[in-house]
Design a protein. Structure first.
Length: 163
């Protein structure tokens, strides 16, 4: 079964690459996977190459595996597009909207697709710690307290108004 899913996902990637629309197919597949199947009025219809592919799956009797195939396709497409894996740690859980907004900002900054994995780490107290490869951006309160502690140890008494 997994081999069949891989085969269809790879076929969609090949088709998208031949038509120079891997990123567009990725976006369409992501929207399709994010739709609400219980609310057809709010569900987005598939367009373009994805619509043709979904019709093909229906004709082959593979409709039930559609979501698994598209999930696998999005993984393959991210690799093909040179996506960046980003780990986001936050003190509290982030909403889907917050993660999407963060992802849009990271995409604009990196000029590449970004795949976010999110974990909650209450020891951060507040703020975020974002890791992409060997680059780390840490805006957590834990880090700020650590910086203050280091300045106190290095320079004796620390006065914020004296720099």
């Amino acid at each position: 079964m997994d081999r069949m899913i891989d085969t269809y996902a790879e076929a969609l990637l090949t088709l998208a690459a031949q038509n120079d629309c891997v990123e567009l197919a990725f976006q369409e597949a992501s929207r399709y996977l994010a739709r609400d199947p219980d609310n057809p009025a709010e569900s987005e219809e598939a367009e373009g190459i994805l619509s043709e592919f979904l019709t093909f799956l229906d004709e082959k009797g593979q409709h039930e595996q559609t979501e698994e195939i598209l999930r696998r396709f999005t993984e393959l497409a991210l690799v093909d597009m040179g996506a960046i894996d980003v780990e986001v740690l936050s003190a509290a859980a982030l909403s889907r909207d917050q993660l999407e907004a963060l992802q849009r900002r990271l995409i604009m900054r990196a000029k590449k697709q970004v795949r976010i994995s999110h974990r909650v780490d209450p020891s951060l107290i507040a703020g975020l710690r974002i890791t992409a490869g060997d680059m780390v951006m840490d805006t957590s309160v834990r880090r700020q307290l650590s910086d203050i502690r280091e300045k106190l140890y290095k320079g004796g008494v620390f006065y914020p108004w004296m720099r």
